[in-house]
Design a protein around this ligand. Structure first.
Ligand code: F6R
Length: 244
């Protein structure tokens, strides 16, 4: 628990930077699982700052994003491709072919095979070293909404009503929010060597209490993280206020 989101974000960015540097020294690639949304922006800002100061290179980093709305054009205002470019990729030296974000432009009948390939690419890269997560008010991680199974893999899902409500302002009205998304599965996330879930602000306090102290259940997919061997929950004081 940190005093504020900015201090916490710096800590997380520092941990990621150290991992990248130690892997570089061992001539190994670093595989990062990344999230979008308001929560990780401070971490990305800090990583960009380190890169600009010449203290961090992403040449040996491979990234896999958690999710993307479906359907979604990469240049749309709300696309996660655009989000990642604006917050991170446009400002660092990561080779384009080492960036992976689920494709929101596929035909419906191409999705299942694409999702299998996404899983395969993660495997071929050597698996995720660190997976960054935010948490939705439904308790979703990625877009694994209530009802998601612990062994679920990358797939097309239907977004929860609450998630679509929360996205309404980004889309200028709930009716414009896509009904579906492609997301890494809970099982995909749990396979990461380390998982870092971050949450800021009092609005996240009730779901953080459930995620951390509630019983493990599919109604709150974030509770599955309690069974991960190396999962860390990073909070500001407001998000932690309901924890006992
Ligand atoms: C985003 C994602 C979501 C968000 C969650 C919280 O890639 O997978 O699970 O992390 O909805 O969103 P924010 O950070 O905007 O509160």
């Amino acid at each position: 628990i940190y005093q504020d989101a900015s201090t916490a974000s710096k800590e997380v960015a520092e941990e990621i930077a150290q991992l990248i540097r130690s892997r570089d020294e061992a001539n190994k690639k670093t595989v990062l699982g990344l999230a979008t949304g308001s929560t990780p922006t401070g971490v990305y800002k800090e990583l960009v700052r380190m890169h600009k100061e010449g203290a961090l290179s992403f040449k040996n980093v491979i990234t896999f994003n958690l999710d993307e709305y479906f359907p979604m054009e990469p240049h749309s205002l709300q696309s996660y491709v655009r989000f990642m470019n604006e917050h991170l990729f446009d400002h660092i030296d990561i080779p384009e072919d080492q960036v992976h974000i689920p494709d929101g432009t596929l035909d419906r009948d191409e999705v299942a095979e694409y999702c299998q390939q996404y899983e395969q690419k993660i495997q071929e890269a050597g698996g995720l070293d660190i997976q960054l997560l935010g948490i939705g008010r439904t308790g979703h991680i990625g877009f694994n909404e209530p009802g998601s199974r612990p062994n679920s893999r990358t797939r097309l899902i239907t977004l929860d009503r609450i998630t679509r409500k929360d996205a309404a302002s980004d889309f200028f009205g709930e009716e414009h929010v896509p009904r579906r998304a492609i997301t890494m599965g809970v099982g995909t996330i749990l396979d990461a060597d380390k998982v870092i879930l971050m949450a800021w602000g009092e609005g996240k306090a009730p779901i953080i209490k459930e995620a951390v102290e509630g019983s493990i259940r599919e109604q709150i997919p974030a509770t599955y993280l309690q069974e991960h061997q190396n999962a860390q929950v990073i909070l500001d004081e407001a998000a932690a206020e309901k924890l006992t």
